[in-house]
Ligand binder design. Structure first.
Ligand code: THU
Length: 136
């Protein structure tokens, strides 16, 4: 069970990670923070490229970094989009990749720079995930 305080702290990490975003084209910074099963926090930011299709989202950057560091189970995710007032959720591609390493009940928080925040789960973000049982 992840507490509200842990989610607050994870969101703070995501907000901080957004500062490292390389987003000169969209000017839209994103930070993501994963709480791993072992208690460690791994962050990622979006990294754009002048060949636009090569851009990597913050969420997938965080997932790949965590897996490369030996963590494969994530128990919470926070995403910060400080350049939007509104809350912006993860893109479809990231939802799929995230779901590989999270159970459907895993809490997800995302918020922009405004007062609102969304608290949901990966299962709500990626419903009818019929391939989920294939995951090892
Ligand atoms: N972006 C993310 O990092 N995560 C998402 O889930 C949505 C989009 C990035 C990609 C690009 O650098 C910028 O936001 C605008 O789409």
């Amino acid at each position: 069970m992840v507490s509200a305080e842990q989610m607050d702290s994870l969101f703070f990490s995501a907000r901080k990670a957004a500062e490292a975003a390389y987003a000169p084209y969209s000017k839209f910074r994103v930070g993501a923070a994963l709480l791993c099963e072992n208690g460690s926090v791994v962050t990622g930011c979006n990294v754009e490229n002048r060949s636009f299709g090569l851009t990597i989202c913050a969420e997938r950057n965080a997932v790949f970094s965590a897996v490369a560091g030996g963590s494969r189970r994530f128990i919470a995710l926070a995403i910060s989009t400080p350049d939007s007032v509104e809350c912006v959720g993860p893109c479809g591609a990231c939802r799929q990749v995230l779901s590989e390493f999270m159970s459907p009940e895993t809490p997800v928080r995302f918020a922009g720079s405004g007062p609102d925040q969304v608290n949901t789960t990966i299962g709500e973000l990626l419903p009818w995930d019929s391939l989920h049982d294939l995951a090892v």
